[in-house]
Design a protein around this ligand. Structure first.
Ligand code: L34
Length: 245
């Protein structure tokens, strides 16, 4: 909805990935002025279409739209973002079909790098519904000892320096510096901050962090593309879950 330039890039990347995977995608680029009722009507139509497996509303939405109402309108069995409270609850319980794409991408990076989460000190900086909270839950499911830090956390550096696995999801450019990281730690940078000169910058100060970390993800080319890969995975899952007899 609207014409957020970053959303444009991400949605285009998602469409390209669908094409690559052989998933048919439909885009509804709604003008900024679209009312909440109109969006919800569209979602209802897509909910009822048997040829649609997955639905997502790219965030952020314009200010006059209630984001929560939009998320709640998406049928849980088509909610490939896993943002609907039913899916959030399932993640909490540990029995779920869909995993939120960004935290799922982080877990995939950890797994494919041969890193075992079990018993590790995991620190997630950021507590959003989209990343921080579900990220903590996924790490917990893998038997990590998880700490969630946020803007009110006291002595943040002490917490981050204790992390074997550090996930930065605060949305502040270069927020985590090398001296806040434990030697050899796994550092995963979820931040995608757009700088004035148009370049992208993570939440981790890469240049000071890279010499301390045992493994580190770059921005761009790190978690972002993984988010999209996990969306494809959720969509395939949705197609199989929703298959009609
Ligand atoms: N509903 N809204 C919904 N679901 C999501 O999962 C998202 N997110 C976040 C924003 N809003 C959303 C995304 O899709 C962030 N996000 C996302 C997706 C893809 C990329 C970054 C964020 C991505 O492709 N990143 C590239 C660089 C792209 C560029 O040049 O700007 C990278 O290499 O990091």
């Amino acid at each position: 909805m609207g014409d957020d330039p970053a959303s444009r890039v991400y949605v285009n990347n998602k469409k390209k990935a669908c094409e690559y995977c052989g998933i048919l995608s439909e885009e509804y680029a709604l003008p900024y002025e679209t009312t909440q009722e109109e969006v919800i009507d569209l979602i209802k139509t897509l909910n009822s279409r048997s040829d649609i497996s997955g639905i997502l509303c790219q965030l952020p939405v314009p200010k006059h739209i209630d984001e929560e109402a939009i998320i709640n309108a998406i049928a849980p069995n088509k909610d490939v973002d896993a943002f609907h409270p039913v899916n959030v609850g399932k993640i909490m319980v540990g029995n779920y079909d869909f995993v939120p794409c960004t935290p799922a991408g982080v877990m995939e990076l950890i797994k494919e790098s041969g890193i075992d989460v079990s018993g590790k000190e995991c620190v997630v900086v950021g507590r959003s519904n989209i990343v921080g909270k579900p990220q903590a839950m996924l790490l917990l499911h893998k038997n990590g000892t998880v700490t969630i830090c946020h803007s009110r956390t006291k002595d943040l550096s002490k917490k981050t320096k204790n992390a074997d696995i550090l996930v930065a999801a605060v949305g502040i450019p270069n927020f985590i510096k090398g001296d806040m990281i434990k030697e050899g730690a796994v550092v995963i940078d979820v931040g995608i901050n757009r700088m004035e000169d148009g370049t992208l910058c993570g939440d981790v100060e890469f240049d000071t962090a890279k010499d301390v970390a045992g493994a580190i993800t770059p921005v761009p080319g790190g978690v972002g593309p993984m988010t999209i890969a996990m969306l494809m995975k959720n969509t395939v899952k949705a197609a199989s879950v929703n298959k009609t007899k």
